[in-house]
Write a protein that binds this ligand. Structure first.
Ligand code: E4P
Length: 222
């Protein structure tokens, strides 16, 4: 499974990239604006933080077919490899995904609220499909819908990967990993919740105290 960070917070991305096995970083227009900096400056920093083998996903902002295509070409030229253009699954977006496929531009279909939208984007050549898991929960069982999508792709032998997005808690991530999802993109706060547990901190504290009491030092020596 591919673990991707859903953020533009450079410091947290650096830290998590050191701690975990990270395949890449996703952003969207809102995520980039949260940095309070010019978007392209943030994207340049992301390119520096990631190795060439890690994937970077940047979303188009314009909504017309022509606008999406113009930005898709620009975004795909930012890096020599592993640069993916995120395109929302509107009518114009679906057309653009099809066109990008013809031009060899890698795409991720985003802002997906149903398994059907995702499936149609996959048919148009999207390599990644990003269902908005948490937001889908406002309309039904988002986790189950994503599981259905995984199955729809499997039985139809579709090569597109599901990269579940829009997570608000560790339970949603956990359930989809259990279902065999190909990729998840997780915000930093949810990733830290997956890593940290108060019990671990208490256990490590006890080990240190017991060692110190017994040997009057805090190191293991020969
Ligand atoms: C990532 O690709 C998506 O754009 C992101 O996960 C959406 O998350 P949100 O629902 O928190 O905005």
């Amino acid at each position: 499974m591919e673990l991707i960070i859903d953020s533009s917070n450079i410091e947290q991305i650096k830290e998590l990239n050191d701690l975990l096995t990270i395949t890449g970083v996703t952003t969207n227009p809102t995520i980039l604006t949260k940095s309070g900096r010019e978007a392209m400056d943030v994207v340049k920093d992301l390119c520096e933080v990631l190795s060439e083998d890690q994937l970077l996903f940047i979303q188009t902002v314009q909504t017309s077919f022509e606008g999406i295509m113009e930005e898709a070409k620009m975004i795909s030229s930012i890096r020599n490899k592993n640069m993916y253009v995120k395109i929302p699954v509107t009518h114009e977006g679906l057309r653009a995904i099809k066109e990008c496929k013809k031009l060899g531009i890698h795409t991720l279909a985003t802002a997906i609220y149903t398994a059907d939208q995702a499936f149609l984007a996959a048919m148009n050549g999207a390599e990644y499909l990003a269902p908005y898991t948490n937001r889908m929960c406002n309309y039904g069982d988002g986790v189950q819908d994503v599981k259905d999508l995984i199955e729809m792709l499997r039985v139809n032998h579709m090569p597109a990967k599901v990269i579940a997005a829009s997570f608000k808690n560790t339970y949603q991530v956990h359930e989809l990993i259990k279902a065999g999802i190909q990729a998840v993109t997780v915000p930093c706060d949810v990733l830290y919740q997956m890593i940290d547990h108060p019990g671990t901190k208490i256990a490590v504290g006890e080990f240190s105290v017991n060692w110190q009491r017994a040997y009057n030092r805090n190191t293991f020596e020969k």
